[in-house]
Structure formats: structure tokens, C-alpha cells
Design a protein. Sequence first.
Length: 255
Amino acid sequence: MGEFIAGLVLALADSFKGTGVPGWVVLVQMIVLIASLIAVYLSHRKKLTYINTLIYMVQSVKGPLTTTKLAELNPFLLRPTDDTRTMQQKRAWANFCDGLEEVDGKDEALNALVSPSDCLNRDSMSIGHGIWRQVPGLFVSTGLVLTFLGLIAALRESGQTILLAGQDPQLLQLSLSDLLRIASAKFIMSLAGLTGSIILGFYMHILDAKSNATLSRLSSIVDGKVKLSSPERTLANILKAIRGSEGEAAEFSRK
């Protein structure tokens, strides 16, 4: 069984004998890199679509965010959709709205029990890169695997050439020279994989910065439309609600 697996690996390595193979591998890696950059960008735009809609709709509200204005916005903002990520973002907004309460009157700004930045964050709005985070590492791993396969093929071919050379010093020198030339060409695949990993990882960091800036803008706009309740006021409202429910229970028991 072990010999069979070793034979398969060696047969696979033999497909990397040619000096032109690394060039084709690098070409494929660059095509995959460009496709990955495009896919990550499109995914990034899609994830920010609903957040930008929130920014536009909340920003268009004149004055503070009241119960009436929120009732006008939410039927549009909370419409069901088939997209899982968008529905998660809508649930995050709905959860934030559930924490808003009317304290100072119907036409006054709603009070937020939780800061917008705490409720509308990267996790709740699901704007991470997900599985794309693993792709830069795959570039490096693939480059290393292909490089080692190429080195195995180069060593096997050079070993056969050295055996045929026998004691001839010129043939031995030529064989070693070919080995070094072929081996150096194989390292191009690792270099291309490492380069692709760096480029894709750096681009993801740029998109993360843009996402964080968009979330920060949303939190800032919402924060300017509501009032953030202090912990003391929040506790007082909770106690008031508890006493109200106890009073209703007592009145019900008398009946």
C-alpha cells in the first residue's frame, strides 16, 4: 500500500519535469488571484448594500427619530428577503429598534438602551470575509506543494542523468548545473503563491477598513437621531415597568 501511494506521488511529480511548467503554474495562480480579488470585492459591495440603505434612510429623517418616523421607516427596512446575510443585518436593526423606547413624549427623540455602535457591529451585521479569509493561506500552501513536487521531479531526473554520466566529470558537472537550474525554476511557484497571498490579504485589510468606516458612519448617524439612556435612567425604566406589571397583577387578583 505504501509503495502504491509513493508511486502515485512520484507519477504526479513527473508531470512537473519541464522547465516551462512553473510558468504555466504561475499563470494559473495569477488568474485565480484576479478572480479572487473580483469575487471578494463583489462580496464586499453586496454586504454593504443594506448598510448603505440604512444610512440613506435614517439620514433622510428630518429631526430626531421618533416612534412615528420609525414606524414609517421599518416596513421598508425590515421587508423579508431571500438573502441570508441581509436578513441577519435586518434582524440586527430590528433588535436595535426593539431597544428604543419613548420616554420624553411621542414627538421627542427615542431613547436607546444600547449604544448603536454596540448593537450594529461587525458581528451582528455579518460583514466579515468568511471563508475568503482562508484563501491567502491556500495560495502559500499550494505554491509550496507544487514546488516540492517539482523538486522531487528534478531530483529524480538528475539522479538518472548522473547514473548515465558515470565517471565523466563534464557530464556530472552538466547534470548538477541542470539540477540547480531546474530547482531554481520550481521555486517560482512558491514565490508566486506567497505574492498572491500578500496581495489578497492586503486587499482584504483595505476592504475591512472601508467596512469599519461605513459602520462607524451608520452608528454616528443613528446616534445623532436618538438619545442614549444613562444606566441610571435605564434601571429606573425597568423598575417602573416591573412595578406596573405588579400593579396590574394585583388588580387582576382582586377581580
